[in-house]
Design a protein around this ligand. Structure first.
Ligand code: MLC
Length: 493
């Protein structure tokens, strides 16, 4: 089955019901029914069709959370066009790579963001999408017969080689993930979902948008999570369902007890993921809002794998147990299964697993073990009663505010800067963002932090810009030449 057939439970079955509230261009709250959303995406699909988009073409989306993102997603799914959502914080270097790798037929963006893209990029202005959605051609509904294995999206995830790889996610991947969450988190049409996470990542896209469209809940879409706006939003919209990354929950602890007491009782479920939720945040949040946040574990390549239970113990520090249909193993360095309470690499298998990295047969082959087991790169252990706890990573990933950072990508850029002879980037603990990147450099001249920062900011997303540039005599390397990060001087960025 293709995703739009599942969405029809809401788009057709609840066509007259209000589906979405969002801020329009004038800053007023606008709303749409499921039927209107269906019609808008049909009109956008006709526009794309008229522009020559055919099944298998890629369309890149470089947009903040706004209704046209949804119009485009649905239009593309209907046509079998593959969406390539791009993190809007990405800059020249990251964008150039994605565009050359995915070869989208066009990129939908605002006028202002075009300058970040390489010369020769084909653009569709988001205004054209808005006009098509609101006033485009009407006609019979658009539906191509697609197989569930048809690619729906290519989601770029930072690679250990320094260049991001595109994880190809199919209709079936998103469907199995959403059906799991609808069931296990008991999401129903009675829910009111406050969507603050970016739609360009699988947390906001695969978990948020897909459960909304299948479940028929009411969604309030906001451009981004902003702690200054959050209390008023929660009080006005009265969500029952909320998805956040740990940084969001850390910031919500800044709300007054009075506001927390008003918001808490109306919410049914707070879910956290994309980065480890510190146990003390879970505890402080429970005291303040009266809820035990439900922590779960997923990845762009796999969507959701493991979740704490809706009923039963939500164990602090643990991500719970595998979701239905998802098989999990923990193995040692030789690939043998380890026993309970022993740390090893986490492997997963199931209908949620991506079909491979876009045009990277080598990377795809490396990511899987015989039998179709995907190597997550995360270290984990299982308790005797079946709860899984993450214990770090096999690779050097830094997670800041829920965004993934591979140090290698920043190191490569730093090594291109004048006077930089050697460079390493580490994650430094940060109370709010979990971790922030810090650079250690060997240079042949005094460090000019401002110019290094400017170069990083021009090429990379703001969350990847090192918070400090520290000059060291030499990088401590082991016999294999690998930098021993634990031997670097500790600093206060
Ligand atoms: C952050 N910034 C944004 C932004 N998010 N700018 C525009 N749109 C967004 N969505 C920028 C700000 O401009 C600022 O840049 C910096 O980040 C910090 O902003 P802040 O206002 O201080 O935000 P803060 O309160 O720290 O909260 C940040 C945040 C953001 C939590 C809202 O980090 C965020 O939205 N994270 C979600 C990431 C996510 O969805 N990950 C899912 C990956 S999927 P500057 O230049 O001033 O520093 C995945 C799989 C899985 O991992 O299992 O889910």
């Amino acid at each position: 089955m293709q995703l739009t057939d599942l969405f029809n439970l809401s788009l057709v079955g609840r066509s007259a019901v209000t589906a979405l509230e969002y801020d329009d261009a004038e800053g007023r709250i606008a709303s749409l029914t499921f039927g209107e959303i269906d019609q808008r995406s049909d009109r956008v699909a006709r526009l794309l069709d008229a522009q020559g988009f055919v099944r298998g073409d890629r369309l890149a989306i470089f947009l903040a959370n706004r209704v046209e993102f949804i119009d485009l997603l649905l239009a593309c799914l209907k046509l079998g066009v593959i969406i390539v959502p791009i993190n809007i914080l990405y800059r020249e270097r990251e964008i150039a790579h994605i565009v050359s790798d995915a070869e989208p037929k066009a990129v939908v963006s605002t006028q202002e963001s075009r300058s970040w893209f390489p010369d020769g990029t084909e653009f569709i202005d988001v205004e054209e999408i808005r006009v098509a959605a609101e006033r485009g051609l009407d006609g019979p509904s658009v539906r191509l017969a697609l197989d569930g294995d048809t690619p729906a999206a290519i989601v770029y995830t930072s690679g250990t080689t320094g260049r991001a790889k595109g994880a190809v996610l199919t209709h079936n991947n998103f469907a199995s993930n959403a059906i799991n969450l609808l069931t296990c988190w008991r999401i129903t049409r009675e829910d009111r979902y406050l969507a603050v996470l970016p739609l360009f990542h699988v947390h906001g896209l695969g978990n948020g948008l897909m459960t909304w469209l299948i479940g028929g809940t009411l969604m309030r879409l906001v451009e981004r999570f902003d702690i200054r706006r959050a209390p008023q939003l929660c009080e006005e919209f009265q969500p029952t369902l909320f998805f956040g990354v740990p940084t969001v929950y850390v910031r919500m602890l800044e709300m007054s007890d009075e506001v927390a007491c008003r918001i808490g009782p109306r919410v049914r479920l707070f879910v956290s993921g994309s980065a480890p939720l510190p146990a003390q945040v879970l505890t402080a949040f429970r005291e303040k809002f009266g809820h035990t946040i439900l922590e779960r574990y997923g990845m762009s390549e796999t969507l959701m794998n493991i979740s704490n239970p809706y009923e039963g113990e939500r164990r602090p520090g643990s991500v719970g147990y595998p979701l239905p249909g998802v098989s999990v193993r923990i193995v040692d360095g030789s690939g043998s299964d380890v026993g309970d309470e022993t740390v090893g690499e986490l492997l997963v298998r199931g209908p949620n697993l991506f079909s491979g990295y876009w045009r990277r047969a080598d990377a795809t082959a490396e990511a899987f073990l015989p039998g179709g087991w995907f190597r997550t790169g995360d270290l984990a252990e299982r308790s005797a009663d079946g709860y899984y706890t993450l214990r770090g990573r096999r690779t050097d990933l830094i997670i800041s505010g829920g965004f993934n950072i591979y140090p290698r990508e920043i190191e490569d850029l730093l090594l291109e800067q004048p006077g930089v002879l050697d460079a390493v980037v580490c994650g430094h603990p940060d109370e709010r963002r979990g971790e922030v990147p810090v650079a250690y450099l060997v240079t042949d001249r005094p460090i000019d932090a401002t110019s290094l920062e400017d170069s990083c900011r021009q090429a990379l997303a703001s969350f990847k810009v090192p918070r400090a540039f520290i000059r060291v005599e030499a990088l401590p390397r082991n016999a294999m030449g690998k930098v021993q990060k634990n031997l670097l001087p500790t600093i206060q960025p």
